[in-house]
Ligand binder design. Structure first.
Ligand code: PLP
Length: 395
């Protein structure tokens, strides 16, 4: 039977970029001890106080259908949090609760792109971006950011790609580069969105993990509130990846239509998950600080290790749970390096090529194992790269 082009075209027919990760997982299943620095998954689990709130809510009866747009209290909490952090007036009518940030990305593109429309996104990108845009029947079009600009995208490049586009998806703090977009970058992006009448979809799921600079939500820039959809999630901020609790924040009219989409797709997020989310967001900053702390610590440890060598060139790690390292001095592609590292030292990292073409010749290292193992793995990566570079120089 014929399946729709939309569904069969989600991956674009190519590799999904997870080949090294899959190989590492197969090695683990075969009993090999692999240090996995691939996925953006914390090495701590959801805090017990959040689980207690989830358990209490479930036992109190929140196991039936929940309110499709999200429960009032959680929508109010998200609205207040965003209003407090950005200064932009936000009410529950601006908030749709979704099963995680991924569902929010899908919803946001559904709201902004018709089939055949172009959805722009910045390369390097989080692995699901092009497929999410294609999943709504739109055409995904990358705009490259450049290593020499510290992966801050150029407004002129976005403008050059914007003819006829409906939306632009950005992500700061950024996965995979760890870069936090500057005010100048975001103002440039906002200018293009207004000149070209683009929706801006701003993925801010790493907004609690900023090590350098400050997170600025572009919804707060002049003229942007009516054309911006913000994607948020509790996955990264509260180590709740498996709970699937996120949101879209945007203009009331867009949210009203997105509630219709939710009615016809997800039918809401489990009430006990929402109750746990609401508890966690109201528990105070200590909870999100505790989740961010290991990454802040490991980033500092990584800086010490990386300063002691001159082969791997780190992209400034300003936020999120990743390090992006330029390995071009070894003469290898990111993919060849990642496979060679996995074979030789049983350390799994993501090749930059998994995130588009702009990060070719880089690897992404997730800071997601405990400190000692992390430092040891990073030292091994440095030594491995240095050996390859020396070998190359001797040839
Ligand atoms: N956006 C970015 C940039 C991500 O890195 C991720 C997950 O890794 C997501 C969105 C989706 O997160 P979730 O669906 O768990 O909220």
């Amino acid at each position: 039977m014929k399946l729709s082009h939309r569904i069969t075209n989600i991956t674009g027919g190519g590799s999904d970029g997870w080949d090294v990760f899959n190989k590492a997982r197969a090695m683990v299943r075969a009993g090999v001890a692999v240090t996995e620095l691939t996925q953006g998954e914390h090495d701590i689990r959801t805090h017990p106080v959040i689980l207690d709130a989830m358990d209490a809510a479930a036992r109190a009866g929140k196991t039936g259908y929940s309110a499709v747009p999200g429960e009032h209290d959680l929508r109010d909490t998200v609205a207040t949090r965003i209003q407090d952090r950005t200064g932009v007036a936000t009410t529950r009518d601006n908030v749709l609760i979704t099963p995680g940030g991924q569902a929010a990305l899908f919803a946001a593109h559904n709201a902004t792109c018709d089939p055949g429309d172009t959805g722009l996104f910045i390369d390097p990108y989080y692995a699901t971006y092009p497929g999410t845009i294609r999943a709504v029947g739109a055409v995904s079009k990358p705009v490259q950011a450049h290593a020499e600009d510290g992966f801050q995208p150029r407004a002129a490049d976005i403008d050059a790609a914007a003819e006829g586009a409906a939306s632009l998806l950005i992500n700061s703090p950024n996965n995979p580069t760890g870069v936090v977009y500057s005010r100048e970058t975001l103002e440039g992006i906002a200018g293009v969105c207004q000149d070209r009448d683009l929706w801006l979809i701003s993925d801010e799921v790493y907004d609690t993990q900023v090590w350098e600079g400050t997170h600025l939500s572009p919804r707060a820039l002049p003229g942007m509130v009516e054309r911006t959809l913000v994607v948020g999630s509790m996955s990264k901020s509260h180590a709740m990846t498996g709970s699937r609790c996120g949101w879209v924040v945007g203009p009331q009219e867009a949210i009203a239509h997105l509630i219709n989409l939710a009615t016809h797709t997800t039918y809401g997020v489990p009430g006990f998950v929402q109750a746990a989310g609401n508890f966690a967001l109201n528990a105070g900053l200590w909870l999100e600080d505790e989740v961010a702390a290991p990454f802040r610590r490991r980033r500092a440890l990584a800086q010490e290790v990386l300063q002691a060598q001159n082969v791997l060139r780190p992209v400034p790690a300003q936020g999120a749970m990743y390090l992006m390292l330029d390995i071009r001095a070894t003469g290898m592609s990111g993919e060849d390096f990642a496979y060679a590292l996995l074979d030789a030292h049983h350390i799994a990292v993501m090749p930059g090529e998994s995130f588009g073409v702009a990060a070719a010749g880089h690897i992404r290292v997730a800071m997601t194992v405990e400190d000692e193992a992390f430092v040891s793995a990073l030292n091994t990566i440095c030594d491995f790269a240095t050996g390859l570079a020396n070998q190359r120089a001797a040839e």
